[in-house]
Structure formats: structure tokens, C-alpha cells
Design a protein around this ligand. Sequence first.
Ligand code: HEC
Ligand code: HEC
Length: 325
Amino acid sequence: MLRKTVYFFGFTFFGLTFWMCKSLPDLNQYVSTPIPIDNPMDSAKIALGKALFFDTRLSKDNTINCASCHKPGLAFTDGQKTSTGINGQKTDRNSPSLLNAGFLPTVMFDAHLKTLELQVLVPLQEPSEMGHNMRQLTPLLRKDSVYQKAAQDIYGRDFDAWVLTRSIAAFERSLISMSSPYDHFMKGDATALSKKEQTGLKLFSEKLYCTECHVPPYFTNYEARNNGLYLDYGSDKGRFRINQDSSEIGHFKVPSLRNIEHTAPYMHDGNFGSLEEVIDHYARGGAGHRLQDPIIKPFTLSKKEREALISFLNALTDLSFAERL
Ligand code: HEC
Ligand code: HEC
């Protein structure tokens, strides 16, 4: 029901979003984020979005902000198996990193929401997360003279849902993390990765099949796939819940592996506490669900190789965004 409301709300409010590439020279010289033409970025908008992201008034009882579940120091995750919303309620899923979310054509583990603007409505109105109501929230925030003035200056209108969703989305698009040791290595600095990390890179991209789904440079192919996490997915069947299409049972968005060092626990439900456990899962060849992707097959790694693979994954860390906040 909520999801349907969100769809309706989203399509009527935002219409179709057209993606277009514009460079953001101030934020990063190496990459450019796709910016929707109807929500151009500027620093005032990013600053307003940032203020909203950290504002607990966005939750019904003023206790939770976006950063409660997306903490900058944890690469915008929260370190919990599944997150905690208002009144101590648990969410169904693990909080994903928001770094580089601006590059994703669809977000959420079901890979079904096409814009960050639209996504803002979900946690805000979800009873187990922020539990608020946009119609009650915006008149409250309009009374904040700083927000009201910013809305007028940036958008030429009163503070409303349009201003709120677009500003937060613009802030999220500024969260770029593409300057890890791996990136420096790929740009030609042969010393950026140790020999061990280079061995891990080779394993990851040549010996094993990881890059089939975790495709550089974002380490995702943007698809929802079944990685054989369970034999029986129980109550959370992934993307199946969107279209009730039984061929999509157990399909979850392939997550980026950037900053994986800081985003434990792993998978949509935080089932694995460490990268060791994740590698065990793949080395076993998955749990063998009938829709498990056929590419996932058992493999053996020596102790040294396993360590090399993990050290490579840890070389995908770039927390310089924290300094920009
Ligand atoms: C109570 C915890 C909680 C709060 C508060 C919260 N989130 Fe999340 N967020 C999550 C969880 C859990 C998911 C995964 C949901 C899913 O895929 O079904 C998520 C997913 C997302 C995603 C999708 C990322 C991706 O890679 O697919 C974005 C973007 C996001 N949240 C932004 C926000 C913003 C903006 C706010 C504040 C308005 C916010 N979140 C508040 C827990 C939270
Ligand atoms: C068929 C596609 C596919 C292949 C191949 C694949 N993965 Fe994944 N990977 C996924 C999906 C889908 C998820 C998320 C599953 C979930 O949330 O339940 C995932 C999750 C992960 C995670 C956890 C990420 C997080 O933030 O929670 C890690 C780490 C990971 N994979 C590493 C690897 C490694 C290492 C390999 C190679 C041995 C590999 N993957 C091969 C699809 C794949």
C-alpha cells in the first residue's frame, strides 16, 4: 500500500526524470555524477539537503534523522544487522551505503526506485523508520526561517515536499567516493596497491567470477540478482515483492563493494558479520536456491589467496568524503 502511494506520489510530483551527464569539477575531477536536468546541483542546494539529512524533525517523534541509519563515519551505513527506526522498531533490512548512490540507475535492494528524489519519501513515511507524514511535516519546516529563506532563494517557492526531496537528493549526489588506493592504482600509480592487494585484484577480476556482477568502477552491474544467500528466502523474497514475479524470488540489488571495509554486516539482512563469512558463502558455491545465478560455483582459495582477496576489498576504501562534510 505504502509502495503504491509512493509510486503515485512520485510520478505525479516528479514526472519522468531525464538523466544527463554534467561534470561537477569542484567535487571530483575523476568522475561526473549523472544529474537529472530538472534538479541541477549547486552548493546552496547541497547545504540545504545536508541540513535536512541531519534534521531529526523529519521523524514523527523528533528522534531520528537520515544519518541515524546512514552514518557518515560508517560510509553512510549504521553497523547494525537491520536498522532501528522510531520507538525502537526494527526495519526489515540492512542499511546500504549512500556513497556514490548518485550513480545508481535504481535504488533499494529491490532495485525499483528510479530517482533519489522519490526515494526520500520512503523512510520519511515508513512507520518503522521515520513514521512522518509529508502533509504535516512541510508546514512545520516552513516555519523555520532558515529553511523558508533557502527555499525562496534556491527554488523561488515556499518550503514544500518539492524543495525537501530535491535538496536531500542533491546532497546525496555530492557523496562521491572514488579516490581509493584502487583508483590511484588504476590511474597509473603502481605503488598505490601492495603486491598482496594486487594479487587480490587478480583473484577478484580474473580467477574468480566476482566482476560478473560487481563490475568496476562502481563494483555493481546495477541489476537485481540471486546470489544464493538462502535455500529458502523466508519472508523477504527480494524483488519478487514488487511485481510478484516468481522468477525474481531472492533477487536483490547487487551492492557496490566500495568502502566494504566499513559497511559490515553484509547482505540485505546483515546476515554475514565479516568478509570472511562472505567469502565462505561464495566458496561453498552458495546455498543452492533454485534461482541462484548459475555463475556462482564452489571454489578453493589458499589461506594466502583468501587474505589477498580481503586486502584487495579493503583497498576500495575512500573516506575523504567525511572531511568534506
Ligand atoms: C530507520 C533507518 C533508516 C532511516 C531513518 C533512513 N534510512 Fe535510508 N535506508 C534504510 C534501509 C534499511 C534501506 C534499505 C531499504 C530497502 O532496500 O528496502 C535504506 C535505503 C536507502 C537508500 C537506497 C540506497 C541504495 O543503494 O539502494 C537511500 C538513497 C536512502 N536510504 C536514503 C535515506 C534518506 C535520504 C533518509 C532520510 C530522509 C533515510 N535514508 C533514512 C534505513 C534508513
Ligand atoms: C550473480 C551475481 C554475483 C556474483 C557473481 C557475486 N556477487 Fe557478491 N553480491 C551479489 C548480490 C545480489 C549481493 C547482495 C545480496 C543480498 O543483499 O542478499 C551481493 C553481495 C556481496 C557482498 C556484500 C555487500 C554488502 O554491502 O552487503 C560482498 C562483500 C560480495 N557480494 C562479494 C562478492 C565476491 C567477493 C564475489 C566473487 C567471489 C561476488 N560477490 C560475486 C551478487 C553477486
